[in-house]
Design a protein around this ligand. Structure first.
Ligand code: SF4
Ligand code: SF4
Length: 322
């Protein structure tokens, strides 16, 4: 360990950590406005919860991709387990052609393998060396194989150098390797295609019907209802309006479910693109208009500018004093 090497190592880990933080922010950005998040991280001004989430995902990426690497492929990734459940003898996968490759063994480039009783595998071990999960594909199909194809490329180079035919390790099926007929259309494949089609249709419908607006209502838990100076019953709410579109929009807010409600607070707000607006308000009602201890109400948020028919409704409750 020299000073130069130490500097390089420290720099490498700083780069890994920065990249991991970037991926953590990308993930957190699904749940929190990205622009704000970015500024808050740069200015070290995030909330404790967000700091814990970012730290968790940063170290998860740093640990998984930096240190554990193929251990993740071997012991944690569900891909291989999933694959083995979907496999059949006509599935295209990376395979070693045993009939052609065995007996394996070293030989000179000019020597005739047949005369030496050898197959095409020169036992150079390159396919094992390049394998990210460290398996030997010549031992047959293994769940650790992630079908990356690195061994295919390595072996193809060797075959070129030896002036043998390509494809000792190749994408092929078990049936083809056994010299049997390959069935392209199978019931399993049709089943997967149908499931995929249903899922794709559902996704397209979901995207087509997506409303780029969301409303969360948080009630004041400390005091469900209070009597104000007019003798009206008042309930306090915090409305969180999330503008999920790419433009700044103006929204109009209203409530329905009880006659003659009075709205205290802003009823028209501008929310920036991809931002959340937190609006504390209260609703008051003459007690004579209340029919019981609890009344169902609904808050409505309607986009008014730019003009659009985006409108959502969210149910809540209005409480009377006991
Ligand atoms: S790279 Fe090809 S030739 Fe070399 S050991 Fe693997 S299978 Fe044999
Ligand atoms: S396809 Fe990739 S994971 Fe599978 S044996 Fe070859 S190098 Fe290894």
């Amino acid at each position: 360990m020299t000073l130069t090497k130490l500097k390089k190592k420290v720099l490498k880990h700083i780069c890994w950590l920065l990249f991991s933080l970037f991926t953590a922010m990308t993930f957190a950005g699904y749940f929190s406005p990205m622009n704000e998040l970015f500024i808050n991280v740069i200015t070290l001004n995030t909330t404790i919860t967000m700091a814990i989430i970012l730290a968790f995902f940063t170290f998860a990426t740093y640990g998984n991709a930096g240190w554990m690497r193929e251990m993740v492929c071997l012991h944690m990734c569900p891909y291989a387990r999933f694959q083995s459940a979907m496999f059949d003898k006509d599935t295209l996968t990376v395979s070693y052609d045993k009939n052609r490759g065995e007996n394996r063994g070293p030989r000179g480039r000019k020597q005739d393998p047949k005369a030496l009783g050898l197959g095409d595998c020169i036992d150079c071990n390159l396919c094992v060396e390049v394998c990210p999960t460290g398996i030997d594909i010549r031992d047959g199909l293994q769940y650790e194989c992630i079908n990356c194809g690195a061994c295919v490329d390595a072996c193809s180079d060797v075959m070129t150098r030896m002036q043998y035919d390509q494809g000792l390790i190749r994408y092929t099926t078990e049936h083809e390797l056994q010299g049997k007929k390959v069935h392209l259309i199978r019931s399993k494949l049709i089943g997967y295609a149908v499931v995929l089609l249903i899922m794709t249709t559902m996704l397209v419908l979901e995207i087509a019907n997506r409303v780029p607006l969301s409303l969360e209502i948080i009630r004041d838990r400390t005091e469900l209802a209070k009597e104000n100076f007019n003798g009206d019953i008042e309930n306090v709410y915090t409305l969180k309006i999330l503008n999920m579109s790419q433009t700044d929009n103006t929204y109009k807010l209203s409530v329905k479910g009880i006659e003659n409600t009075k709205w205290h607070g802003k009823q028209e707000i501008m929310v920036k693109a991809a931002a959340v607006y937190t609006l504390p308000i209260s609703i008051s009602v003459d007690p004579y208009d209340l029919k019981g201890y609890m009344t169902d109400i609904a808050f409505t948020v309607e986009q008014i500018s730019p003009e659009s028919d985006v409108k959502i409704e969210h149910e809540s409750r209005f409480f009377n004093k006991r």
